[in-house]
Design a protein around this ligand. Structure first.
Ligand code: SF4
Length: 75
């Protein structure tokens, strides 16, 4: 059973960040419309779910670039 904690700040939808996040700022750099760091720089969260194909592409890029695999999609 997985013990990862999915942050409450994530906007409801397919993409989410969980507690493996080390707040490295990579996803927020790649897709700033969709990922933000918390004000205390504790972790990133999804602030806007992607809809358009270019938005989806950026979020997929963020998933691949995340060094700790902290961004996932609902199956
Ligand atoms: S790329 Fe991954 S580890 Fe870095 S801030 Fe985003 S979710 Fe966190």
């Amino acid at each position: 059973m997985s013990t990862k904690y999915i942050y409450d700040d994530n906007i409801n939808g397919d993409y989410f960040v969980h507690d493996a996040c080390i707040a490295c700022d990579t996803c927020t750099d790649i897709a700033p419309k969709h990922f933000k760091l918390t004000t205390d720089y504790d972790h990133a969260y999804v602030c806007k779910q992607p809809k358009l194909s270019n938005e989806l592409a950026l979020c997929e890029e963020a998933i691949e670039a995340c060094p700790v695999g902290a961004i996932e999609k609902q199956p």
